[in-house]
Design a protein around this ligand. Sequence first.
Ligand code: C5P
Length: 404
Amino acid sequence: MLRNKTIVLGITGSIAAYKAAEIASQLTQAGAKVNVIMTEEAIQFISPVTFRAITGRPVVTEMFDLASEFSIEHVSLAEAADIVVVAPATANIIAKLAAGIADDMLCCTVLATKAPVVIAPAMETNMYNNPITQDNLAKLEAHDFVIIGPAMGWLASGKEGLGRLADIRDIIGNICQVLGRGGELAGRHIVVTAGGTQEPIDPVRYISNRSSGKMGYALAEGARDRGAKVTLVTAPTSLPEPVGVDVIQVGTAQEMRQAVENVTLRADALIMAAAVADYRPIKAAKDKIKKGKVGLTLELEGTPDILGTVKGNFIKVGFAAESSNLVENAKGKLKQKGLALIVANDITASDSGFGTDTNRVTIIDREGKIDSLPLLRKREVADKVLDRVAKLLPKPKSRRPNKI
Ligand code: C5P
């Protein structure tokens, strides 16, 4: 998503300015070209040398830098930008932008750009809550600026409150989402499931499947980055919730079924990457089952087949984790569950499947076309699946981007 994107990162004079180094680093590592603009106050907090080293690019600190490679800087930076991000943004820069003041390089660039602008405020709680700041932020929002945060927590004053720079994960996730607006899934609603459902035996124990949830989370982020509205129905995982995605946490297969039926009412596609437990105890014990001297026999019943039974005007994509006869078994499931695509993976391969960041999959469609992909990162697999989903969706009537 960020590869080859040109991003202006504006840094202003907040104690959180040091966090901009991490933002610049993550964006650069993801392949973006990061042009940093620092206000005079920002360079009191962190040196431009840091950003020069992190981004490998010149850092703009003055309005008129005759040695700079940028021609009329605010114009060339503003024009080249795919997105402008101001993080951290002080009350001062927010006020200046709201008033249309252009007395420094950052304000000039923001006012001169046609690219989307993302603002991540960071300031003391009282400054943030002040109605003047709130009015200024509302004005920027009304002009389509995307405001991220601030977050609650420890502030430079030693107090706890609202005003901390939003989490870097939040900022980067929002940048991806904004860049993806108007992408090929704009105006679409994609539902993704992830994680292994947990079927209780008693209040402490459960039956589950091995699943990290990584494949489903990668699909949710991938669909978001193509402009889709995404709902992720997830069984418990240890992953943080993806940014810019509606997340519904569920426990059991029955809960997942209910959630999927509710959210697919207006969906364009359902992609089920969840490892749904196939069996559940007929009755979960109310109290913890005591450890006895003899073994324990559990009586199990089948869980509902969510993908096989959910109905609606959307395309269905399934996953099949197989340990033998990969293609044959996957084809059977595709037919039986009425799927448009099935993504099969061989779980006997050590680099593929459970818990790993990589997956080696075979995508099979309704026509029986078999596409065996090489070992790829899960996000790359997600992108391949989404390429196919985008092609399978019927042409939309309108392509209005989803509002962020
Ligand atoms: O478990 P199985 O290999 O049949 O899973 C194939 C597909 O069906 C997967 O996409 C899985 O998420 C889905 N599934 C389901 N409900 C179940 C079992 C599996 O939706 N009870």
